[in-house]
Design a protein around this ligand. Structure first.
Ligand code: RP5
Length: 355
């Protein structure tokens, strides 16, 4: 193993590569902070750690000081997360891949958790996309027999390591809220097309059914909505959740609301708006969320207390979406973007029903 000087023109590109690494590091630190100490955050940081170490192994005129401190910060976070520090990755400069990787040519290690690029034109499965390499988002807790067994024992994951292991696709396709196909490998295909992500970061392969109760108090300009702050992405969302095996969506609406806010509306009949695909951050080409959305209307606000998956609960103005987002922004908070279409649907109903 020896080291190598990068020629002057190449050093400029190396600086770009350094900037990209630092940007990746920042993105991953943000992801780690947002995602709470999860194994997914540790995995993201591990990737940056490897890249930082790779650049440090070279003696080119890159920002070694900055990278060194970045590396130390990553190491601190990894230790806090209880993750094992990866081995330093030192590249052999005699390896033909060395220059490509340092100069950011094809073959450079991917930084961060960016999905593969998918455009509107290449999203449909019917459009061939040679070389499509979706990012595997399967978290460490669903990898390997032990991790999977633990997640199954906790009751939130099915035991199949790959979609080809699922024995009842015919039944699942028949009962799906949104129809979907299987590919030639027996994998379920996301009904909205390619996502740029593969693997599973949800309980099940294929459709994962959720229930989202939209709870409204008051009418017209005084209308308010009950939202919770999700404890994974720390954005404000409808207090919904996954439908349990054997449970009806209507039961899940009431249960999730009670679990996350303490509000019990079992005696009320909601207005069901229908089923919708949710652009959930955990969706992939082979596992996705479809929810049943329903509106509960109350004359006035009731006391809500955050619990379970909710880090906070609050009644917010809901005469329209801009008013809601402005109220959140005034607190330095954000709406969970995947729920914007569900809220727009609810507003359409509320306005038409003069609620
Ligand atoms: C969203 O995530 C659904 O719309 C629902 O609100 C929720 C279900 O996931 P968990 O909150 O149970 O993680 O996609």
């Amino acid at each position: 193993m020896n080291t190598k000087h990068i020629p002057a023109d190449a050093a400029d590109q190396s600086a770009d590569s350094t900037a990209a690494l630092m940007a990746g590091l920042r993105a991953n630190r943000t992801a780690a902070l947002m995602a709470d100490p999860t194994a997914a955050a540790a995995a993201a940081l591990t990737e940056v750690w490897r890249d930082a170490t790779r650049v440090l192994s070279d003696d080119a005129e890159s920002d070694h000081e900055g990278l060194e401190s970045a590396r130390d910060r990553v190491a601190d976070v990894l230790r806090l997360l209880g993750a094992k520090l990866p081995e330093a990755q030192v590249l052999d400069v005699d390896d033909p891949a060395f220059d490509d990787r340092m100069l950011g040519r094809p073959g450079e290690a991917r930084v961060g958790l960016a999905p593969a690029t998918v455009t509107d034109a290449t999203r449909p499965w019917s459009v061939p996309l040679p070389g499509y390499a979706p990012l595997d988002i399967t978290p460490p807790e669903l990898r390997g027999p032990e991790g999977l067994a633990a997640a199954v024992a906790q009751g939130w994951a099915e035991p199949y390591a790959t979609p080809a292991d699922v024995p009842d696709w015919t039944e699942r396709q028949a009962s799906a809220l949104l129809p979907f196909d299987l590919d030639e490998h027996g994998r379920p295909l996301n009904p909205t097309g390619r996502t740029g992500r593969t693997g599973r970061n949800l309980g099940k392969w294929g459709e994962n059914t959720a229930a989202d109760p939209i709870v409204i108090a008051g009418v017209g300009a005084d209308r308010r909505i009950l939202l919770i702050k999700r404890d994974d992405v720390f954005q404000w969302a409808v207090p919904g959740g996954m439908v349990n095996p054997g449970e009806l969506a209507k039961q899940a609406l009431v249960r999730e609301l009670r679990e996350e806010t303490g509000v019990d509306l079992a005696e009320l009949t909601p207005h069901v708006l229908g089923s919708r695909y949710v652009d959930d951050w955990r969706n992939s080409d082979h596992a996705w969320v479809v929810t049943t959305v329903a509106v509960f209307t109350l004359p006035t606000e009731v006391t809500a207390t955050a619990a379970d998956d909710a880090a906070d609960a609050q009644w917010l103005p809901f005469c329209d979406l801009p008013a809601l987002e402005a109220a959140l922004a005034a607190q330095g908070q954000q709406l969970y973007p995947a729920h914007r279409p569900l809220l727009a649907l609810a507003l359409e109903y509320l306005d038409s029903a003069a609620v």
